[in-house]
Design a binder for this molecule. Sequence first.
Ligand SMILES: [Zn+2]
Length: 275
Amino acid sequence: MLGEPTPSPYDWRFTLMGFPVRIHWLFWVITAALGYNMAMGANQAFSRIGTTPGIVPLLLVWILCVMASVLVHELGHAIAFRYYGIESSIVLYAMGGLAIPTAGFSFNRSGFRRRLTHANHVVISLAGPFLQFASAIVVAGLAYALGFFVPTAAEAFEWLKPNGISNPWANEGLSIRDPWTFAIFDFYVLVSIWWPLFNLLPVYPLDGGHVVQHTAAILRRSDGYQEAHMIGAAFGFLVAWWFFQRGSSINALLFVSLAMNNVQALQRFGGPPRW
Ligand SMILES: [Zn+2]
């Protein structure tokens, strides 16, 4: 989110669909720390029904699910870049991922260099959350078809569903069956539903913040940064307050720091934009 982290000898590198991927060692550390409580909770729940893979295997499943889900998200950005003729590389690090264009220009068929339009940028910013969310629907659908109960899918559906639609995941006929498959389905769906929604919040430099910046640029014929930072600061504090009231102080602190970054950026502009 905040620029490319420096390469280290402990990074894991591979290629996916032609995109170079680098996973920074901090990614594993932070992901494990974020998932520890969840792995503990799942371990206790499974112990009660008499069968648990144990905390460490559950934590490993969590880490692999986050890796897969965040890779899908960044692939969405990278595929959209490629659609516009720009190759990119993917980096996963402390708090998430980046798709970094390896060249800022694309060449059209007649050989002219062409900068991406603001509308192209909006599409690229939305492609990551979109592909990740779509993968959650596919995996939750697969679990449902196989008769697995996915509590996360049931909860998220309650939250997000339009009125009057019954919740297929609330079906009592579904069961947890075996803890391994349960953990894989539930953790993957959990990350792949909330991560993209989180990222779509209009707080720069989250994806939603980029959408605000490029939309403002289209509407106001500016570069859109001033508008994005103002909305980012306001929403950042609002979201922080929302998390704080729900006792989620880590998320609250994260959004306070994002909001502060936007305030500082605004100060460099000499204040909010004149509407
Ligand atoms: Zn993204």
